[in-house]
Design a protein around this ligand. Sequence first.
Ligand code: SAM
Length: 300
Amino acid sequence: MRDKPIATPSRTREILRKYGLDAKKSLGQNFLMDVSVLNQMLDAGGIDDQTVVIEIGPGIGALTEQLVEVAKKVYAFEIDQRFIPVLEEELSDYSNLEVIHQDILTVELQEVIPEIKHHSGERIVVVANLPYYITTPIIMRLIASSIPFDCMVLMMQKEVAERMAAGPNTKAYGSLSIAVMNHCQQDIALIVPRTVFNPAPNVDSAVLCLTRRSEPLVKVDNEEAFQTFVKATFQHRRKTLWNNLMSVFGKDKTVKSKLSAILEQLGIDPKRRPESLTISEFGHLYEATSSLRDCSEKTN
Ligand code: SAM
């Protein structure tokens, strides 16, 4: 590494000037200029010389530079062509870096990364200072994939990290928390002030660590349908669970009595708010109402 890391205000300015670059807001470009934040991210992901890293959006290489210093191998996926020569030149000393000019939302990772295609127990970690505009789709895509990652260490908007990490009976808890917690254990590792980015975004950030569970907390026949059900149940947060379920299934008399019996059998008070339900209660409710869902689908 050179005397001064890329993740400093002076090197960031120097590189942007040298290559005639500016940050594109439409691609969520905010460059990190704080090495201690990056080191905390590496620590949170337990990155060492045995770790294979998938980096999303390397930009001008602030995080990449720290990663290649310690990781076994880094695959860095960048959508913006302008950064490819920058990364290749500024990080040319590192033979363990592969820069790939592809959209992380469409690339087939198993086709590009041999350690995934022929996985033989390597520790794979996803690390990123995420482009804000696609934070949730990226995370959902990776969670739903069969990529054998151990954990993800992801910088994102603080408010989104809080929603993803939230548990029952909190304001931030919702369908996003449930979709994430079903597959990953969630921990907010650090809060990062907006001032360490160039340009500074309008909000603070947080680093969320998602550790893949060996089994989902709730096993359902159709994950997408489960998430749609949970989302619909959270539609009116201030209303009771019962009123939300009425919106989901309709107010037909037979449906009402079936629902009432289901809730009683599950020991769930219909007067509770949706945000008080645990993921396993949502799982049971989803399974128990499958016949009602089929009916309401047929009548709709
Ligand atoms: N890692 C750098 C840092 O920490 O300074 C840059 C982070 S910046 C917040 C997000 C980066 O993601 C940008 O370089 C942007 O071009 C890239 N990006 C945006 N959308 C992308 C996509 N769909 N696939 C891959 N990279 C993307």
